[in-house]
Design a protein. Structure first.
Length: 65
């Protein structure tokens, strides 16, 4: 599987936000990346919550976004 596929549903390519969010929330060493839908399911949160997080991290000037 290519590095930037969703591990759960296979969606590809993942957006920069999706990749950045996975690294931020799952750890940079995490081998598995998820799309927003699947990441929300993994973490038991809503997609809206994740989108807010993306904005938060952007505001903090996080280099991953
Ligand atoms: Zn997915």
């Amino acid at each position: 599987m290519a590095e930037q596929d969703c591990y759960a549903c296979g969606k590809a390519p993942l957006t920069k936000n999706e990749v950045g969010l996975c690294k931020k929330l799952l750890g940079r060493q995490c081998k598995f990346l998820f799309c927003l839908d699947c990441l929300a399911e993994q973490l038991d949160v809503t997609v809206e919550y994740l989108e807010e997080k993306v904005e938060e991290f952007k505001d903090q000037g996080c280099a991953l976004f």
